[in-house]
Design a protein around this ligand. Structure first.
Ligand SMILES: *Cc1c(COP(=O)(O)O)cnc(C)c1O
Length: 392
């Protein structure tokens, strides 16, 4: 026992020495634009609850009703003990929302990416990732057994040269599948992928494309389906992924696409097969989240979010990485500096996370400001605090 703990302590110290130690911060209130931390109310600029739906009355009511009707747990995997109606209602709504044949819900976004990639490719295949994709995509790709190739972030020339290489590999093994995976709105940089061009390239080289819309679902496109919709690419992307725990205010992840894709994942996605289904109340909250996001109210909330972001960028002089992105990073570089700035903001009542390795590359530490439709009046206070910090 002593040796074990000593070993872990030494490893933790090494993390601490690099200013990379992480700690969970207890919050004694609901997640919202204001949170209570250490008995003090803070303005919260750290959440992905972009539309403020995590505390929306319609989502609460939907979850409460299902909690009364179905109880707390799902019992087992959906393949083992039967699949509860709230999950089916959510999947039907998601398919309609995304404009595809069918959808499949997983307990988390992490499990969605991980299970889907490991199901789609394996030894002998090739998986091609943007350098900045989320850990769940990297982990799934590594475990899949497929050859893993990375292209420079949003670099179409580099992507094309990787696809050319993959084409050469296919001459030796014509059954090799090539899967390209990217995010649409990048989670830590707030910029967007050149999806139109990526779709052209993958078609040209006969590759498949999976797009993770975790941060874009609910925020882009005329019907707020995501960036694939906004760019008119629905029907040209083999695998659309999204999460339910960000703008949609609930928890979980989903794949949307052809019926045969969903049938295949039900048979092969191990994170779906070997995991207890999400609580039915969570699926009902997600369904209400989809309904609010699609409604006129969703459009109004989005307009509020965008105006908060615009006000922040104008007031702080920090340029948005993409038009209408709710994620605005301020790159600091050094890990210790980023931590110090986050701490100074926290002392002034602003909760803004310092994002460090391994979430981003070493030496690319940053403050990551995220905004919500509910922020309106709080943004001016934040820009003023940043101004004072800069002056000091
Ligand atoms: C958050 C996120 C995930 C994981 O989703 P969870 O529901 O939090 O597990 C996957 N991909 C991207 C791009 C994300 O930002």
């Amino acid at each position: 026992m002593a040796g074990f703990e000593e070993d872990l302590r030494a490893r933790l110290e090494a993390i601490e020495d690099q200013n990379l130690r992480r700690q969970v911060r207890r919050v004694d209130s609901a997640q919202g634009p204001h949170v209570v931390i250490q008995g003090r109310e803070c303005l919260n600029f750290s959440s992905n609850d972009y539309l403020g739906l995590a505390t929306h009355p319609k989502l609460r009511e939907a979850a409460e009703k299902t909690l009364r009707d179905y109880g707390t747990g799902s019992g087992a995997s959906r393949l083992v003990c039967g699949s509860l109606a709230p999950h089916h209602r959510l999947e039907e709504a998601l398919a309609e929302f995304k404009g595809v044949e069918r959808a499949l819900v997983f307990s988390t976004g992490y499990a969605t990416a991980f299970g889907t990639i490991t199901a789609l490719v394996s030894t002998g295949d090739i998986v091609v990732l943007d350098k900045l994709v989320h850990a769940s995509i990297v982990d799934g790709s590594r475990l899949s057994g497929a050859k893993l190739r990375i292209f420079d972030h949003n670099d179409l020339n580099d992507l094309e040269s990787v696809l050319q290489w993959a084409d050469g590999q296919r001459r030796a093994n014509d059954k090799a599948r090539v899967l390209v995976v990217t995010e649409s709105l990048f989670s830590m940089d707030g910029d967007i992928a050149p999806l139109r061009e990526i779709v052209e390239l993958k078609d040209q080289y006969g590759a498949w494309l999976m797009v993770d819309e975790a941060h874009a679902t609910g925020l882009f496109g005329a019907q707020r389906r995501g960036l694939v919709e906004e760019l008119g690419l629905t029907g040209r992307v083999e695998v659309q992924m999204g999460t339910l725990g960000k703008a949609l205010g609930s928890a979980g992840g989903y794949i949307a696409g052809a019926g045969v894709l969903i049938d295949y994942l039900v048979n092969k996605a191990r994170s779906f097969i070997f995991s207890t289904a999400p609580p039915p109340s969570v699926s009902s909250a997600s369904l209400a989240g989809v309904e609010v996001a699609r409604s006129n109210e969703g459009a109004e909330l989005l307009a509020k979010l965008r105006s908060a972001v615009m006000q922040f960028c104008e007031g702080s002089g920090i340029k948005p990485a993409a038009l209408h992105s709710p994620i605005v990073p301020k790159i600091i570089g050094d890990e210790a500096d980023a931590l110090r700035m986050a701490e100074m903001l926290f002392e002034r009542g602003f909760f803004v996370p310092a994002i460090r390795y391994p979430t981003v590359a070493r030496g690319k530490a940053r403050l990551r400001f995220t905004f919500s439709a509910a922020h309106a009046k709080d943004v001016a206070a934040l820009t003023e605090a940043l101004r004072v910090l800069r002056a000091g």
